[in-house]
Ligand binder design. Sequence first.
Ligand code: UT7
Length: 332
Amino acid sequence: MSSNNQILLTSVGSYLPKKKISNDNLAKIMDTSDEWIKKRTGIKFRHFVEDNELTSDMGTNAAEQAILNARLKANDIDLIIVATTTPDNTFPSTASKIQRNIGCKAISFDVQAVCAGFVYAISIGASMLKDGYGDKCLIVGADSMSKILDWNDRSTAVLFGDGAGAVILEKTTAVNEFVHNDKWGILATKIFTNGEYYDLLNTDGGVSKSKSTGFLRMNGKEIFKHAVEKLSSSLLMCLEVSNMDIRDIDWFIPHQANQRIIDAVSNKIKIPQEKIISTISIHGNTSAASIPLALDVATKKGNIKNGNILALQAIGGGLSWGSLILKIGKPS
Ligand code: UT7
């Protein structure tokens, strides 16, 4: 392993299912209101898959876009890591299905870290590329959360949406290794798990527990507190590792779970509001897809540019959480 290897994030893609669901649509089937949902979460819309639309279908669409944007072919991909909580089948991995769909022979597997899955998958992918498992890695975050929601539980059913996002990681030897502070790609990652909080956010069933998938259950108030503390602390650790200050970050892309969590983290560690990418109002919480979806929206708008420093922050069931800092794109 060469210490000069840099792991660049060179391309993004995303996919949203066509069916767009407003808060008013939900208020027709449960005791809730547009006013409550907007005020308590910031969510206005979310997208849901059709019954016959699979997590792998969304992931494949996002992956194909990311591969195209990177000017690569599917065959160039050496490694596929899919972060998902809602796989097509109990086994094999959704990554195997996406591999088949896009047509390549990459090493392919899923990562289960719920809403933190995308940050986990990038950390794992970057380490594997450094360790010699190939030069190009496709990371997909894809979830069909609508399929594990209990429509009788208004405290969770209004929060989630479906979608997929994908990025390409590419290994390269350091281009400007002698130029001070001109490192590109993944600059710092910190990921954590604490199983003591297993019961705060989980499904009430599973293969070995009930031979079923179960429905999503959450202690929202407790998760809210952990989210604010852990999203903040993991990002501060990344800043320390990369010898950076919060002012060095161009864009913050937090997990999109609740606008109030995003605002509380911003107040706690003094993140300027105008540097935060928030898509919670149009996507809801799409679990592992939330960060790459937001990244793609901001990239397509032209907000995020080659060479910008990004901070990503995520937390989900487990509890699993983490942050990472990267310089997006590649030196020209
Ligand atoms: O992706 C993983 C990370 N997930 C999260 O980070 C989610 C974290 N938690 C949250 O975002 C918030 O805790 C929620 C949005 C889930 C809930 O917000 P809250 O301000 O903590 O509300 P609450 O649970 O304290 O409920 C307040 C009231 C209750 O009524 P009473 O007991 O005060 O009469 C609830 O029954 O709001 C009621 N309520 C609703 N009312 C209308 C709960 N859900 C709804 C609803 N519509 N959908």
